[in-house]
Design a protein around this ligand. Structure first.
Ligand SMILES: NC(=O)c1ccc[n+]([C@@H]2O[C@H](COP(=O)([O-])OP(=O)(O)OC[C@H]3O[C@@H](n4cnc5c(N)ncnc54)[C@H](O)[C@@H]3O)[C@@H](O)[C@H]2O)c1
Length: 324
């Protein structure tokens, strides 16, 4: 039967109640699509979706992607997976299952529907990189038996599955390697550095620096990242990736802490703790491939992106009475 709205797609977003997924859903709905969000609410929350309550083109299913799913869709974005070390190390076996069984189930669904599928992979697949900045053809330096391995190796195996489904079954795949992203709706206690520093600064608590604070990270604002994901999904079939999506501007943890203190007008002191095991010292994306194939590069700099992020945490903490 011909579709009533030819340009309107039915899009499945797994992990849609989480930080990135909920922003992705907002953007897809704005473009006029129908969105089906699948999430087991492990780290995601209905609060991230409550503004969509009356949106007729939006649907939510509570489901764990480690179990098969039978729905109809024109495209799949596979984002389901806890993303912060605190959360993914909470139940490491389930983390690997989510990446690996989740990928098998979603790829199986895409194969049945003959639809395009995008994987939210990660810069963690580069491990503690010996090449800087990281290009997509770098194979990584990853520990297979450490506390972070459930996430890193799970995501690596998911990439393998995506490319095998592509070669073996001709499936249209897109593999995005996402670097540190921040913005409103991040989990306030997930231990990620941007949310940690902001929450500590707003609560006037000491800001925790690990190691000497000279390790660097690059931070991408969520709107830029979501724009990159949608451009990638809409790009020609031959461009499968993997492609790095992130902001190459690099900051030391000390620089980030100082910026957060300034933007929150906080006088919290800095305190030091030992570096966690397998914590990478440097992480910076080479985004030449994304620029070339997607015409994409981030537009929001760290200072600009911190403002709405700080406002979000300020209202979240005052809603629950943690700050005045
Ligand atoms: N945020 C980043 O900086 C970043 C960086 C690299 C990669 N990624 C990837 O992007 C994706 C989204 O990350 P995020 O930052 O939004 O994290 P998040 O924890 O906020 O979102 C993940 C979502 O997946 C859901 N989920 C977890 N296990 C599930 C399961 N078994 N079945 C169904 N749902 C499940 C959670 O409830 C949550 O809503 C993840 O796959 C993550 O690995 C994120």
């Amino acid at each position: 039967m011909p579709r009533l709205y030819e340009s309107r797609k039915r899009i499945l977003v797994t992990g849609g109640a989480g930080f990135l997924g909920s922003h992705l859903i907002d953007h897809l709905l704005e473009k006029g699509h129908e969105v089906l969000c699948v999430d087991n609410l492990f780290t995601g929350t209905k609060r991230n979706l409550e503004h969509l309550h009356a949106q007729p083109r939006f649907e939510f299913i509570r489901h764990d992607v480690t179990f098969p799913l039978y729905v109809e869709a024109d495209e799949i974005y596979n984002l389901a997976c806890p993303a912060s070390p605190i959360h993914y190390q909470h139940d490491p076996v389930q983390t690997t299952k989510t990446s690996v069984h989740g990928a098998i189930n979603m790829l199986g669904l895409a194969k049945r529907l003959r639809c395009r599928i995008l994987q939210a992979s990660t810069s963690e697949i580069y491990g503690d990189p010996t090449v800087h900045p990281q290009t997509e053809n770098y194979w990584g330096n990853v520990n297979s038996i450490g506390p972070r391995s459930c996430y890193d190796e799970g995501k690596r195996c998911a990439e393998t599955l995506f490319f095998d489904y592509h070669r073996q079954h001709g499936l249209e795949i897109k593999v995005a390697r996402i670097f540190n992203t921040y913005g409103p709706r991040m989990h306030p206690s997930d231990g990620r550095v941007v949310s940690n520093f902001i929450v500590q600064a707003l609560k006037r608590e000491a800001i925790t620096l690990y190691g000497d604070g000279k390790q660097t990270r690059s931070f991408c604002y969520v709107d830029d990242l979501v724009d990159g994901l949608i451009r990638f999904m809409d790009s020609p079939a031959a461009f499968t990736g993997p492609v790095n999506l992130g902001n190459p501007a690099e900051f030391t943890m000390i620089e980030l802490a100082e910026l957060v203190l300034k933007e929150t007008e906080s006088s919290s002191p800095l305190t030091r703790q030992p570096l966690p095991q397998d914590d990478p010292k440097q992480r910076q994306p080479d985004i030449a491939l994304a620029k070339k194939h997607l015409g994409w590069s981030p537009r929001v700099d760290l200072r600009q992106g911190l403002k709405p992020t700080i406002s979000y945490f300020r209202s979240l903490l005052s809603d629950v009475g943690v700050i005045g």
